[in-house]
Design a protein around this ligand. Sequence first.
Ligand SMILES: [Fe+2]
Ligand SMILES: [Fe+2]
Length: 191
Amino acid sequence: MALNLHDIDRLFRRHGHTQYTGEPVTQLEHALQTAALAEQENAAPALIAASLLHDLGHMLEESDDAHDTHDVHATPTMAGIDDLHQYRILPFLRSLFDDDVLAPIRLHVDAKRYLCATDPAYFSTLSADSVRSLQLQGGVFDERQATAFIALPYAADAVRLRRWDDLAKKADFATPDYAHFSRYLERCAHN
Ligand SMILES: [Fe+2]
Ligand SMILES: [Fe+2]
């Protein structure tokens, strides 16, 4: 079940070219743009690694599926399903990375619920697909939920990741390549 760095590389090579449905980017472009924004803001290596990997859960089921890969990348929210990608990936990465990588990945969906509750301007910046998935993911946090969330370890990192995530859907955003960012994975991975 555990993935190594080679497996992660292979998932991106196999599935990275697929369109991130509902957005003008591929899965790989979205990952690279998120990581590039993190790097531009001098995030710690672990948070850059988390940014690169935050949606790997979307690519996971395709890695061992036997069915046609044509529509498995279609945004699950289109079908009214929350694919829980932020949790599904964790068992596969747990032996490879520490919480400074894993927790921001796990919390990046709840970070959207937090930001919607605490930043009035934030909601208007969300893409249509992100608004649709928000409801499936439990909706906007109330005040008590928001307070509890931001007190969690790595919640602040997850909020930073989330803002890069939301900006990383641009058709014309040139980034360094995968090999550049995979160095952060190597730095953070257990040997
Ligand atoms: Fe995500
Ligand atoms: Fe994302």
